[in-house]
Design a binder for this molecule. Structure first.
Ligand code: SF4
Ligand code: SF4
Length: 114
C-alpha cells in the first residue's frame, strides 16, 4: 500500500470547488484536465422539505499530492485553499494506518491512497 494520500471530511465539505480551481492553477492544467474533481451525490429527500447533498472531492490520476510543495513543508494547493479545512494530506506508514482506521466503517471520512 502506498504511504501517502488525501483524507477528506465529507461532513465539512461544502462542494465549493475551490480545491479543483486551486489544483488547476497550481499545475497549469488544461481546461479539460483535473487533479481533483468534486463529485456530487444526491440530492436526497430528508424530513419535511429538506434536501441534502454529499460532495466527494476525488483526486484523479493526475494528482501527485503536490510533492513540489510538501518537500518544502508546504501544504498541497487544494489543502491550502480549502475554506473549511476538510482535506488533508497523509504521509508515512503510521499516518496512513491511522487514516485507514479512521475511515473504516465511517460514512464521514474518505481516504484516497496514492
Ligand atoms: S474539499 Fe474544500 S475546497 Fe474542495 S469542495 Fe470541499 S470544501 Fe470546497
Ligand atoms: S494534492 Fe496537489 S495535485 Fe493532488 S489534488 Fe491537491 S492540489 Fe491537486
Amino acid at each position: 500500500m502506498a504511504e501517502r494520500g488525501l483524507i477528506v471530511d465529507l461532513q465539512s465539505c461544502t462542494g465549493c470547488h475551490a480545491c479543483e480551481v486551486a489544483c488547476k492553477q497550481e499545475h497549469r492544467y488544461r481546461v479539460d484536465q483535473w487533479g481533483i474533481k468534486v463529485a456530487q451525490i444526491g440530492p436526497y429527500h430528508g424530513r419535511g422539505d429538506r434536501w441534502t447533498w454529499t460532495f466527494v472531492p476525488t483526486p484523479t490520476d493526475l494528482c501527485n499530492l503536490c510533492r513540489h510543495l510538501t518537500v518544502k513543508g508546504q501544504a498541497p494547493s487544494c489543502v491550502h485553499h480549502c475554506p473549511t479545512k476538510c482535506i488533508e494530506v497523509v504521509e508515512g506508514p503510521e499516518a496512513v494506518a491511522d487514516a485507514v482506521r479512521l475511515v473504516s466503517g465511517s460514512d464521514r471520512w474518505v481516504f484516497f491512497n496514492k
